[in-house]
Design a binder for this molecule. Structure first.
Ligand code: 5GP
Length: 217
């Protein structure tokens, strides 16, 4: 895979119901855009085989998590499938201070919270095409018992209703295709002209002041 050194500042939030394919896309983005910072969340869930502390998550106890909430350490947090998950405020602020972009992998509630606090954040929803396919994918990864599968699918129905609050939707039928769309969204957003990301000092006048007439910038 060819790495892309495009730099720029922005907040990118990926959300998807279980089985939507978000983890694969996050892995792809980390490799493709090495300049982007991945926001490592804090969670009270137990590490799964292969999970690396400090890399996938910062794993702490529920008691320590609740202490973090009281001390306002998290810019957002949520109870997902019975476990606490939260984003330390410093994850976002430090990345922006360095002029870098930050990628967050959050549940839908977390995404809404981030949008409220940072309206410029780009929210991207990823899903498989339909509940049946989500169910098939959750079962085939073999991580959950029937009770957990049912809970994940119930949550998925709720989450799918919130797509309208997102900026982009990636229908993840074929992984390569989804990766291309994800990279395209990221690259286009970093090319957006917004305050502070241009080396030129733009005057306040618009380039086209009258119909058909060019102005100066
Ligand atoms: P998993 O335990 O399968 O890694 O993640 C379960 C869910 O928690 C996923 O939907 C993931 O996006 C969400 N999640 C992970 N970190 C955070 C976080 O910091 N805040 C919120 N709100 N959700 C998170």
């Amino acid at each position: 895979m060819k790495k892309d050194k495009h730099t720029g500042s922005g907040i990118f939030v990926l959300s998807s119901p279980s089985g939507g394919g978000k983890t694969t896309l996050v892995r792809f983005m980390k490799k493709k855009f090495p300049d982007m910072i991945y926001s490592v969340s804090t969670t009270s869930r137990k590490p799964r085989p292969g999970d690396k502390n400090g890399h996938d998550y910062n794993f702490i106890t529920p008691v320590a998590f609740r202490k973090g909430i009281r001390e306002k350490k998290f810019v957002e947090w949520a109870l997902v499938h019975g476990n606490y998950y939260g984003t330390p405020e410093s994850n976002i602020k430090d990345a922006l201070k360095k002029g870098k972009s930050v990628l967050l992998d959050l549940d839908v509630k977390g995404a809404m919270q981030v949008k409220k606090l940072f309206p410029e954040a780009v929210l991207i929803f990823i899903t498989a095409p339909g509940i049946k396919e989500l169910r098939r994918r959750i079962i085939s990864r073999g991580q959950d018992d029937m009770k957990a599968i049912r809970r994940r699918l119930l949550n998925a129905r709720e989450e799918l209703r919130k797509i309208k609050y997102f900026d982009f939707l990636i229908m993840n039928e074929e992984v390569r295709d989804a990766q291309k769309r994800m990279a395209a969204i990221y690259q286009a957003e970093l090319c957006r002209v917004k305050h502070g990301n241009t080396p030129f000092r733009l005057r306040r006048t618009t380039p086209f002041t009258k119909k058909g007439e060019g102005g100066r910038i």
